[in-house]
Design a protein around this ligand. Structure first.
Ligand SMILES: [Zn+2]
Length: 248
């Protein structure tokens, strides 16, 4: 009898908050936290508000492409290849199967791979041209970062970082005239930094779109503050990249 009780408890706990839904269609979440479209009821244990949030971004069954919201697919959608509700379909073609991220290359951009959302490319072009005119190189240390969620479930992140939508870079600056590698301490003390570095950062600060992270004590950070100025656009870009670029 005791054994039956234990089994019953284990069974009741399965498909609870944060776990896979019954049928692995997604993860069980408070329906208010599900931003991937309609939720599926009856697939999660627990109170009524814990519902199955369909997993998008996984590979389609027996087809190329990714499962995503049809509204986020810039290519062609196919029914029958993805679990979940009717607004999650297999997306093929379009921009990389709907993934809006691209690897940016520029003559003055060095260091780690620079992955940004396609809408940020014009800003990167400006950064590259300023680096050229100031005779510096921009050494990338970080760019796009998917929400590093350990469970693999798609959840609303705790805060909106512009790295998570591909509209931010972390960088050091290499001064062409002196060869000085200007890291975060060097950037923080901008008044004593090499003149090429000052020239470059001044252009970032003077720009009407871009923001230098020094204003929030992060001197290696440059972004387009979509999280502050256009939060709904941030949400849209976040779910578009999560849905189409992040493999599950
Ligand atoms: Zn940053």
């Amino acid at each position: 009898m005791k054994i039956f009780t234990i089994f019953a408890v284990i069974f009741a706990c399965a498909h609870g908050l944060g776990e896979d839904c019954n049928g692995s269609w997604g993860s069980c979440q408070d329906y208010q936290n599900c931003h991937t479209g309609s939720t599926i009821t009856g697939q999660c244990a627990g109170p009524w508000n814990i519902q199955c949030c369909p997993k998008v971004g996984q590979s389609c069954k027996s087809n190329t492409g990714n499962c995503m919201l049809t509204s986020h697919c810039s290519g062609t959608t196919y029914a029958g290849y993805c679990p979940g509700p009717s607004n999650v379909k297999c997306c093929t073609g379009g921009s990389s199967g709907g993934c809006p991220l691209t690897k940016y290359t520029g003559s003055k951009i060095i260091g780690s791979t620079c992955t940004v959302e396609v809408g940020f490319v014009p800003q990167m072009d400006k950064i590259n041209s300023w680096a050229s005119s100031c005779n510096v190189q921009v050494y990338i240390t970080s760019s796009y970062r998917a929400n590093a969620d350990v469970s693999g479930a798609i959840v609303q992140p705790a805060s909106r970082s512009n790295h998570m939508i591909g509209h931010a870079i972390d960088m050091n600056v290499v001064d062409g005239a002196t060869g000085v590698f200007c890291n975060s301490n060097c950037l923080r003390s901008l008044s004593t930094a090499p003149s090429g570095v000052k020239c470059f950062i001044n252009k970032v600060q003077a720009d009407s779109v871009l923001r230098w992270g020094m204003s929030f004590n992060d001197p290696v950070h440059i972004d387009e503050p979509i999280n502050i100025n256009y939060p709904s656009r941030w949400d849209q870009l976040y779910w578009a990249t999560q849905g189409a670029c992040v493999s599950k």
